[in-house]
Design a protein. Structure first.
Length: 223
């Protein structure tokens, strides 16, 4: 099996997690695991810390160690955070990959949206226009983030979802949620969003796809 060929390349603790899928609740104590895995407590603690940083487990003082549902986001968060600390230009490259992913998965994602999801998308559009039409004008960043993540949320692919979630964390980290550019720029962005949502609700997915592709280009021409 593929899992058996890969498992020698990961730590003893991660192999234990992968081979004990039934251990969804509290894991054994460190002393018990140390004996079972035949590794020192010091080594086990190091492996546990790596697993915690990657979001595989949760460690709490009173409840002990508990396995978490697999998510790719924490691993990307760690690596991308380091990349941004080295050079902000890494964000542009990561954003390019994210844009290609959204375009590649658009048709698959929109066909999975429910009536409730579409209602949520329309609510986000309405809320964004309220912010843009208010006094003072507010940047509808939270609506922007939720709109994109809602469109793709039903994909059964944790790796795609991980990239998309990490993108928005990086977007905020580099300050794009604060600096709005011009009012005209924001209006143009949300006109595209409205076309995307209307096309989803009307089943005109190709129109929405074209709006998605065109609007992702706006970031590179942001005032």
């Amino acid at each position: 099996m593929l899992r058996e060929r890969i498992s020698p390349n990961i730590s003893e603790f991660l192999r234990y997690l992968a081979s004990h899928p039934e251990a969804d609740d509290k894991l054994p104590s460190l002393n018990e695991l140390s004996r079972e895995l035949n590794i020192s407590l010091a080594s086990l603690r190091e492996q546990l810390e790596v697993a915690r940083a990657l979001g595989f487990v949760e460690v709490r003082q009173k409840t002990g160690t508990r396995r978490l549902t697999y998510s790719f986001t924490p691993a990307i968060r760690q690596s991308l955070g380091y990349a941004l600390a080295l050079n902000d230009e890494h964000f542009r490259k990561f954003a390019e990959m994210r844009n290609h992913l959204e375009a590649a998965y658009w048709y698959e994602a929109v066909k999975l949206l429910t009536v409730e999801d579409m209602a949520e998308l329309n609510t986000l559009i309405a809320r964004a226009w309220e912010k843009l039409g208010g006094t003072p004008v507010q940047v509808p960043h939270e609506e922007h983030r939720k709109l994109h993540l809602t469109i793709f949320k039903n994909l059964d692919n944790p790796f795609v979802i991980g990239v998309l979630e990490a993108y928005w964390e990086a977007y905020e980290a580099v300050g794009l949620n604060v600096f709005a550019g011009s009012y005209e720029y924001l209006q143009e962005v949300w006109r595209y969003h409205q076309v995307m949502v209307e096309s989803i609700c009307n089943g005109k997915f190709e129109v929405g796809y074209e709006a998605l592709v065109r609007h992702t280009d706006l970031l590179y021409h942001r005032p």
